[in-house]
Design a protein around this ligand. Sequence first.
Ligand SMILES: [Fe+2]
Ligand SMILES: [Fe+2]
Length: 428
Amino acid sequence: MVTPTARVLKRFYFIEREIILLQAGWLPGIEHWESKLLIPEMMWESSVLARELRNRVLELRFPERRITVDDEGPLLELVRRCGHSPNSIGAVLTLGEVIKPWLLEAYRRYCSIADLIGDGPTQFFLHHGIADLESQVARLEATAAAGLQAFPAQAEAAQAWCAAVKATFAALSPDLLLAESPPAPAIPAELLALERPFTIARKAVRDPRFRVLEFAWPDRHSPGNPGEGPQLQARQAVHHVNEVWAAEMAAACLYDLAPDAPHEFLDDAARWCYDEIRHCRMGYERLKAWGLKDDEIPLDAFSYDAGSEADSLVRLGIIFYFEATYIHTKSERKEIFGAMGDRLSSHDMDFDWADELIHTHYGKRWLGHFLESAGAGRSVATIKEEARQAVLRQQSRAAAGAKAATEDAARRVLARVLLAVGGEPTVR
Ligand SMILES: [Fe+2]
Ligand SMILES: [Fe+2]
C-alpha cells in the first residue's frame, strides 16, 4: 500500500543521505589516491538516487511536502557510526564490504516484492540505483584492496573495524529495512571499543607516493605570466590534477552545510564535488599520457588548507573565489591548445568550462542562501574578501625551501612534457 511504501522509501532516502555525508566527510582525510578519485563519483550517484527517492516519497504523500526523520533516528545513528573508522582505509573498506552490499541487498529485495504496475516509477529508478551499487561494490573491492597494499600500516586496524561493522550488520537483515516499523539496532560494545569519533580533516591529506609540495606550481605563490606552448600545457595539467582540492572543498561544504540546508544543496554540492574530481582526473590522465609517474606529479593541498581556520561560509567563498577568478582561462585555453594540435587538452578545457559555468551558478545561489539564513550581516563581498585573506595567509606560511622545491618540481614536469611533445622551453 502507498503509506508503508512511502515509509520504506523515506528510510532509503535518509540512509542514502547519511552515506553521502559519511563519504563527503572522509574525502579530505583520505590518503589513498585511487580512493580519493572514486568517492566523489559514488557520492554523486548516491545523490541522484536520493533525489529520486525523495521525489517519490513526496509524490506518494502529496500534498504533504515535509520529510522528517521521525523514528528512523537509531538506524541512521548506526549508519553514521560506520564513519567512525580508526583510519581512512577502514572507512573505504567498510563501505565496500558492508554498507553498500547491505543497501544493495535491501533494494533488490524491495524490487522483488514491489508491484511493477502500481509502484512502477520506483522500480524504474531503483533498478538504476541497483546497477550503480553493483558497480560501486566491485570498484570499492578493488580500490580497498589496493589501499590496504599501499598503506599496510593501516591494514590491521582497518580490517578489525570492518569486521566489527560486519558483525553489527549481520544482525540487521536487509528485510528489516522493508518493515513498516523501523529497526532499532543496538550498537555493540565491540564496535564502540574500536571506533574513533569522526572529525573532518581541515588540512587535506595527500598520498605520499606523489611529489607532495606546499605549492604545486610556482604561480600558487607568485601569480604571473602563465607561459605558452608546452609550459602552458604542463601548467594546466598540473593545475587540473590539483583540483582535487576543489573536490575536497565541495565535499567539506556538503558535510558542514547540507544537514541544515534545503535538499537541493546536497544535490548541487555532490555534483560539484564529482565535477572537480573529473577535472582532477583530466590532469592526472594527461600527465600520465605524457609519461609522468606518480612521484613526478606535484600535488599540494594549498587551497583546501587555506580554509582550515575559516568557517564554512568562507570555505564556500574560497571555492567560489577561485572559480570566478579563473573561469576565463578555460575557454581561452581550449582555443590555444586546439591551435597547438593538443586536442586532448583542448577537449578537457571545453568540458571543464561547461562545468565551471554551472559552478559559478551554484556558488552564487548557495552563498546567497546561506548569507540570508545565517550570514550575520555579512555580504558576498565580505565573504570574498575573507576568502582572499585566507589564501594570502596560507601563502605567507610557506616553509623555507618550499618555493625552491616547487621550482624544481615544475622544471622536471616541464622537461618530461617537452620530451613528450617536443619543442624548447619558453621563459616564464
Ligand atoms: Fe574545476
Ligand atoms: Fe569548479
